[in-house]
Write a protein that binds this ligand. Structure first.
Ligand code: PLP
Length: 431
């Protein structure tokens, strides 16, 4: 059995039991008795330990983790520098409310995020989750513009609380049965998803038929659509949105909860486009696995006064300590690794697609890669076939699977993943 310290060096899955094994089955049975049935458990994975891009389950099976806890563990599972920072901060001070008092780790992180932000000298609000960052940005946009409405994109995912849910439009199931979400949200097709999309659709359809631009506070957009299918817009598409917003004094809010923190090979995906957002939202990978998110806004926009927004746990010192080290690692090596190893993964999957007719497209940037399949059923079958071989991936969009491994993933691990996908495709094609 692999020891804990060399787990991160494992380059291919090692399966020792059926899946799930006996320990895993016991956990699943216990969990399902009392946990909310709203949770979508995608396959019976019961992780006990993680190192780098490798997960060990409770039965000792080793998996290649190309989910990263859904694009979260940026520095990999249990990165020694991240863990050391967490332990150090836990020993010093576990919690104090940074909305009401001053904490060194909070002061350091807002400064650090301001330094790496794609706008000059912004202000930063720290929260706990992606949906909270989106909620805060909605409030900020209404506060600063005095306008009620917002525009987002079909296929987009921004969270599940009632404000962010009004922007989320990836699947109707997320809204179904919950009644009225925050009113005043309008949706346009994302890049390449209609005969007209993006800025042109907003101008021609939304501003003509649904809301005047003078009533729109913000456009919320993912620079690469995540849950919607890992869709990469063509160069210039985000720039057109920037121009549209400038023309009508609308805020451009770029949701980098999934794409940020080095995942696409740059600190932020918007950097690839050279687009400067008014507000940028970060979450997921920011603290490599601890709950933390950020609203980063132009200095002249974050004008709300004391009490207008806050959070008991937002910006807690342990998460801030993890984020400071994560940002160092991303700048030092992980964004570069995401770019080179991601390119290797993309090229390898495209080679598989050349002789595997099941794959209709491979797309992505850095370590955010989508594989398009003929239909949803095939995507799910491929996800499950990969799981049975020890590779953790997920479906997304209408008929795709996504790969978002920790940014420390190695070429050897990527080569194993490509072989597994190929093998799994052959199985699925023979169904
Ligand atoms: N925004 C984007 C782009 C996301 O991908 C997600 C989560 O997948 C969210 C917001 C919501 O984040 P959370 O689940 O942390 O609330």
């Amino acid at each position: 059995m692999a020891t804990v310290s060399d787990l991160s060096l494992v380059s291919a899955p090692v399966l020792r039991t059926e899946l799930p094994g006996p320990e895993g089955r016991a956990v699943i049975e216990r969990d399902e008795r009392h946990s909310s049935p709203s949770l979508t458990r995608l396959y019976p994975l019961v992780p006990r330990r993680g190192r780098g891009a490798v997960i060990e389950d409770v039965d000792g099976n080793l998996f290649l983790d190309f989910n990263a806890g859904i694009a979260v563990t940026a520095a990999g599972h249990a990165h020694p520098e991240v863990n050391a920072a967490i332990h150090g901060q836990v020993d010093d001070l576990l919690h104090y409310c940074s909305s009401d008092f001053y904490l060194p780790a909070h002061a350091d992180l807002v400064q650090r995020l301001a330094d790496v932000a794609p706008m000059d000298d912004p202000k930063v609000f720290l929260a706990n989750s992606g949906t909270e960052a989106v909620e805060g940005a909605l409030k900020l946009a209404r506060h600063v513009t005095g306008r009620p409405n917002v525009v987002a994109f079909l296929g987009g995912f921004h969270g599940r609380s009632l404000g962010s849910l009004s922007l989320t439009a990836s699947t109707a199931r997320y809204r179904s049965s919950f009644g009225i979400v925050t009113p005043g949200s309008f949706h346009a097709p994302y890049a390449g998803q209609g005969t007209s999309d993006g800025a042109r659709y907003i101008e021609d359809v939304i501003f003509r038929h649904l809301t005047e631009p003078e009533d729109v506070a913000a456009v919320f957009v993912e620079p690469i659509q995540g849950e919607g299918g890992y869709l990469v817009p063509p160069d210039g598409w985000l720039g057109e949105l920037r121009e549209l917003c400038d023309r009508h004094s609308i805020l451009l809010v770029v949701d980098e909860v999934q794409t940020g923190i080095g995942r696409t090979g740059d600190m932020w995906a918007v950097e690839h486009e050279g687009v400067t957002p008014d507000v940028l939202l970060s979450g997921k990978g920011l603290a490599s696995g601890l709950p933390l998110s950020a609203i980063i806004a132009r200095d002249d926009l974050m004008t709300w006064g004391p009490g207008r927004h806050g959070s008991t746990f937002g910006g807690n010192p342990v998460a801030c300590a993890a984020a400071l080290v994560t940002l160092d690692l991303v700048e030092r090596e992980l964004a570069a690794n995401a770019a080179t190893v991601g390119h290797h993964l993309l090229a390898g999957l495209r080679r598989v697609a050349e002789h595997q007719p099941l794959i209709t497209e491979v797309r992505g940037r850095g370590l955010m890669i989508g594989i398009e399949l003929p239909d949803r059923g095939t995507a799910t079958a491929l996800e499950q076939a990969c799981f049975r071989r020890g590779l953790l991936i997920l479906t997304c969009g209408r008929r795709a699977v996504r790969m978002a491994p920790p940014l420390v993933v190695t070429r050897e691990q990527v080569d194993s993943a490509i072989t597994i996908v190929e093998d799994a495709c052959t199985e699925v094609a023979a169904r």
